[in-house]
Every structure is written in structure tokens, then in C-alpha cells.
Design a protein. Structure first.
Length: 95
């Protein structure tokens, strides 16, 4: 009877060791997955920051171009206005 109890106890200890090994393996795998996900998250965060910087730069460029376009439009309007005035003056002088 003692031998049977001893064998049963040894079998239980072996089963417990298997369970602990399995839990350690799963825990290690889970930790690796978590680390991999964190690396991916860090990479995506860096990428988003870079995209935001590029977008800011593009926005500034567009704003600058729009300002230059407005300046050119104003100059063109001035030239058109002067040309119109000169044409009117020339037609008055011819009369």
C-alpha cells in the first residue's frame, strides 16, 4: 500500500512538472508575442510621427505656394489695370 501511494505521489509530481513546463513554455511564448507586438507598435508610432512631419512640411509648402500665387495674381491685376488705363488714354488721345 505504501508502494502504491509512493507511485501515485511520484506520478502526481511528474504530472505537476509537465503542467509547470507547459505553463512556462506558454508564458514564454506569450511574452515573446507581447514583445513583438510592442516592437510593431513602436515602429508604427515612429512611422505616424514621420508622416505627420511630412504632412506639416507639405502643408507649409502649399501655403507658401498659395501666397506666391496670390502675389502673382495681384501683380497681374495691376499690369492689366495699367494696360487698360493706357489703352483708354491712347484712345482719348486719338480722338
Amino acid at each position: 500500500m505504501v508502494v502504491e501511494m509512493k507511485q501515485g505521489f511520484q506520478a502526481a509530481l511528474q504530472e505537476l512538472a509537465k503542467i509547470q513546463d507547459k505553463e512556462e513554455t506558454e508564458g514564454s511564448h506569450s511574452k515573446q508575442l507581447q514583445q513583438q507586438q510592442q516592437r510593431q507598435l513602436d515602429h508604427m508610432t515612429e512611422t505616424i510621427v514621420e508622416i505627420k512631419q511630412q504632412l506639416s512640411s507639405l502643408t507649409r509648402n502649399v501655403e507658401q505656394i498659395m501666397g506666391e500665387q496670390e502675389t502673382l495674381k495681384s501683380r497681374l491685376d495691376e499690369v492689366s489695370s495699367r494696360d487698360g488705363s493706357q489703352e483708354n488714354k491712347m484712345s482719348v488721345d486719338k480722338s
